[in-house]
Design a protein around this ligand. Structure first.
Ligand code: SAH
Ligand code: SF4
Ligand code: F3S
Length: 441
């Protein structure tokens, strides 16, 4: 009888991609992935620690699992991902019902560890040494979650050390995968029917910089664009300081590379950008947006924003709102600054009170939502290409897909559309986060 594994995934796409590799390894041990924790013989939480709220969610789940462990002492329970890397042994001290903790560089050990715990050769296991995740990725089989879109890690780690961010501490320095391996993974996904590839890394633009003789990110994008069967190529995330004109050209001239630039600005004033160690100025960023818009006029541009960073004054915040009104992003992911122990910003003076942070977040979202809606409203009346995904989660008679610019589109099901097809949709209605329409032909 097959065993059942539950893998809870928190945080970013990198964690989704890692979980797909864990599932691949677990399959070789006879596990099938299940959606209910209660059914599982093995529970893994693949965790995130980018903000305190992410950690709180995981600690809540760890508490729930204590009861499951009491009911079923044979249940194996492990923590992987960024919190595992950050906390290590301390997690087991805090919650002794955790059987193993594997850091971000040690995912390839998962099979061995689970095997030994099953055989009761070991009681507990903790390893957070920073091994080479690059090699691990190529060794581990992949069980992808979806059937249309494939996540393909191209590099691990980050060298940027933005002063608020924990990622470089829990993911290590930048390590790029070999292009041949990436391309063979892409070809394999295409052969299995995947239509969309998203190349993943904390800072994809610096792909290859850590190795002698590797191709540039723009060259890699062009190579992926050529793979037979792939209809859409996406990537994330791009650090604005490294997004080259070569990449913009690749998007402009590419056949399948999507016209969407996610370029997290984080803040809209030079003072805060400097304190955040982002290594660009507002003027440089605006010039980048100008280059994108002149080369790829129909591109969507999205961003990440942080409010309540230490030292942010009302005047700074006003500068941020003005900046948003000037740039006019299609969408923004907005976050309240969360101090992370061990990062420089956590020790900076002038931390902003929680109520002020929340108030600023709401004001920021109001301004951005109005802009997003206005941009989407301009699309009403136009036809756009969507990659058909399938029925929407809440209403089976409504189908959903995405535009090349990464906007969600909903339309009434007509009976002949198939997941994975490219279809044209006539847009009839706009909302802040999505578009509605009907099939155009
Ligand atoms: N490497 C990517 C993503 C990093 S994490 C990048 O550089 O864009 C995703 C987002 O989380 C960041 O863009 C940032 O906006 C946010 N973030 C990171 N650390 C944070 C913190 N301590 N508090 C609040 N938001 C944070
Ligand atoms: Fe964090 Fe900055 Fe690296 Fe992004 S670029 S992961 S925000 S340190
Ligand atoms: Fe979170 Fe780690 Fe991603 S901290 S955002 S899961 S890299």
């Amino acid at each position: 009888m097959s065993k059942k594994a539950f893998i809870g995934v928190y945080g970013c796409q990198m964690n989704i991609a890692d979980a797909e590799r864990m599932e691949g390894v677990l399959k070789t041990l006879g596990y099938n992935r299940v959606n209910e924790m209660q059914e599982a013989d093995l529970i893994i939480l693949n965790t995130c620690c980018v903000r305190e709220t992410a950690e709180d969610k995981v600690y809540g789940k760890i508490g729930e699992i204590k009861h499951l462990k009491q009911q079923n002492p044979r249940l194996i329970f492990g923590i992987t991902g960024c919190m595992a890397q950050k906390e290590g042994e301390a997690l087991i001290k805090r919650a002794p019902h955790i059987d193993f903790v594997l850091g971000t560089g040690r995912v390839a050990e998962l099979g061995n560890v689970v095997g030994q715990l099953e055989d009761e050769q070991i009681q507990h296991f903790v390893d957070t040494t920073m091994d080479d995740a690059v090699e691990a990725a190529s060794r581990m089989p992949v069980e992808r979650e979806g059937t249309l879109s494939a996540w393909v890690p191209i590099m691990y780690g980050c060298n940027n050390f933005c002063t608020y961010c924990i990622v470089p501490y829990v993911r290590g320095r930048e390590r790029s995968r070999r292009a041949e391996e990436i391309l063979s993974e892409v070809r394999d996904a295409a052969a299995k029917g995947y239509k969309e590839i998203t190349l993943l890394g904390q800072n994809v633009n610096s792909y290859g910089n850590d190795q002698e003789g590797f191709m540039s990110f723009a060259e890699l994008l062009k190579a992926v664009d050529e793979v037979e069967g792939i209809e859409r190529v996406r990537y994330m995330t791009s650090h604005p300081k490294d997004l080259s004109d070569e990449v913009i050209e690749a998007v402009k001239n590419g056949r399948h590379i999507c016209e969407h630039f996610h370029i997290p600005v984080q803040y809209g004033t030079d003072k805060l950008l400097k304190r955040m160690n982002r290594k660009y100025t507002v003027a440089q960023y605006k010039a980048l947006v100008g280059r994108i818009r002149s080369s790829v006029p129909n591109a969507s541009i999205t961003t990440d924003l942080i409010v309540g960073f230490p030292g942010e004054t009302e005047e700074d915040f006003k500068g941020m709102l003005d900046f948003l009104s000037e740039i006019r992003y299609d969408a923004a992911y907005t976050f309240i600054y969360s101090p992370r122990t061990g990062t420089p910003a956590a020790d900076m003076p002038d931390q902003v009170p929680e109520e002020v942070k929340k108030d600023r977040l709401h004001k920021l979202m109001d301004v951005q939502n109005e802009i997003s809606l206005a941009i989407n409203e301009k699309l009403v009346g136009s036809d756009t290409e969507v990659l058909v995904e399938g029925p929407s989660r809440t209403d089976k008679s409504v189908w959903t897909g995405r535009t090349r610019t990464s906007k969600i589109v909903l339309w009434p099901y007509e009976g002949n559309e198939q997941p994975g097809e490219l279809r044209r949709v006539h847009i009839t209605q706009a909302q802040t986060w999505l578009l509605k329409g009907k099939l155009a032909e």
